[in-house]
Design a protein around this ligand. Structure first.
Ligand SMILES: NC(=O)c1ccc[n+]([C@@H]2O[C@H](COP(=O)([O-])OP(=O)(O)OC[C@H]3O[C@@H](n4cnc5c(N)ncnc54)[C@H](O)[C@@H]3O)[C@@H](O)[C@H]2O)c1
Length: 369
């Protein structure tokens, strides 16, 4: 096999985007043999873009057709785990869109099913392909930044208008989407947070629901997280601020990283701060520093992740974003909701029963409105 035969489940905005990338020759080891979507106009549009593709208005029929080795799931979030599990039953490799799902219990079940099936399972965390995030991770994980102290991420450039939220009936609802900015836009950043800096042990979150838009889900969030070693993280995101900021700052005992505008700025301390603090004889002295900078244009991550998925299937290459890791960012966002709903700290992992009880309640209220 020199090409994988891919089926795309859901040819809405993102599924069509992936289809166009493949049709434009950006994924030479992938042939789209089938697509599925219950909406006929979307299937027609897919056929126009990729004339050789077989169209199915029933996803299970596509999975049973024998036409595909791998599936790309690009439907609303609640259905990512259920459809992934349908694929695993049939030993079909899976690339799922982010987030992994809406609640962690279902995602854990999906991860177990993937492990049992033994197929390739990836998640579309396309921002992991950005070299400056990969460099930051390497610096932190290799210990070159010293003992981690603090992560601060202001990621407020996810601006969306009311028209965006009105563009699909599932959007911005507890019943259709299961959350707002934490589940739709920020999963990329929550993933990078934990990928670079690790998982916090408990968090306190403040979510404002429908603050800037006529929606029932959250569109403005501040999370404060604590780590086993005393490090802290602050994460601020919204879809209601313009112009937005995307600035990630990470401090450790040996220096600081600042990631902004496609640049990673690395300030290194010549003497680690903890050592300097107790050896310096001068009250207002600061450790001497050295400086290094890395610049890289933001790559088009979607085809990079798809090519990596194909390489993993065809050559056994390691995945940039293994599907199992989707549980981590979802664990942070589930805990953030519980913290906001209960106005209290939430430990990670958070109680799945408490999360699901609150979500169910919000879904019921929303149905009555
Ligand atoms: N990685 C990224 O950068 C990125 C960007 C945008 C969206 N996404 C993710 O992609 C997913 C889809 O988002 P979107 O903006 O494309 O939504 P969308 O509403 O534009 O498209 C979803 C499509 O799925 C179809 N669908 C629903 N149930 C289906 C089923 N059982 N089988 C087949 N098709 C089905 C719908 O008819 C629709 O065409 C979301 O989970 C979102 O988070 C990821």
């Amino acid at each position: 096999m020199d090409k994988i035969r891919l089926g795309i489940i859901g040819v809405g905005n993102m599924g069509t985007g992936h289809l166009k990338n493949i049709s434009d020759g950006l994924c030479p080891r992938i042939e789209v043999t089938a697509v599925s979507d219950p909406v006929l106009e979307k299937l027609k549009r897919a056929k126009d873009i990729y004339p050789s593709v077989e169209c199915f208005d029933d996803t299970v029929k596509m999975l049973d057709s024998g036409l595909i080795d791998a599936a790309l799931i690009a439907v609303p979030h609640y259905d990512h785990p259920t459809l992934a599990m349908e694929c695993f039953k049939r030993k079909i490799h899976v690339m799922t869109e982010k987030p992994a799902g809406v609640y962690t219990r279902q995602v854990r079940e999906m991860n177990d099913a993937a492990a049992e099936a033994g197929v390739v399972f990836a998640i579309m965390f396309n921002q992991r392909s950005n070299p400056i995030f990969a460099k930051a991770r390497e610096i932190v994980k290799s210990g070159q930044l010293g003992e981690p102290k603090r992560l601060v991420w202001i990621i407020t450039n996810w601006y969306r208008t009311q028209s965006y939220y009105d563009s699909g009936s599932w959007r911005a609802t507890w019943n259709g989407e299961g959350g707002g900015v934490l589940l739709n836009q920020a999963p990329h950043n929550l993933d990078l947070w934990q990928w670079i800096f690790g998982m916090p042990k408990r968090i306190r979150a403040f979510c404002s629901f429908g603050k800037y838009h006529h929606v029932s889900i959250e569109d403005d969030v501040t999370i404060y997280g604590e780590y086993e070693n005393g490090a802290t993280a602050t994460f601020i995101t919204t879809t209601g601020e313009a112009p937005g900021t995307n600035r990630l700052e990470i401090s450790g005992d040996k220096g600081k990283l600042v990631l902004e505008n496609g640049k990673l700025k690395w300030t290194k301390l010549k003497v680690p701060e903890r050592e300097f603090c107790f050896t310096s004889k001068t009250g207002f002295a600061c450790p001497e520093t050295e400086y290094e900078e890395f610049t890289a244009p933001e790559p088009d991550g979607h085809p990079i992740l798809l090519n990596n998925f194909a390489d993993a299937i065809l050559d056994g290459k390691p995945l940039l974003a293994p599907g199992y890791e989707g549980l981590n960012s979802l664990s942070i966002s589930n805990a953030a909701y519980v913290s906001a709903w209960t106005d209290d700290w939430a430990s990670i992992p958070v109680s799945e029963d408490v999360f699901e009880m609150h979500l169910k309640y919000l879904c019921e209220i929303e149905k009555k409105e």
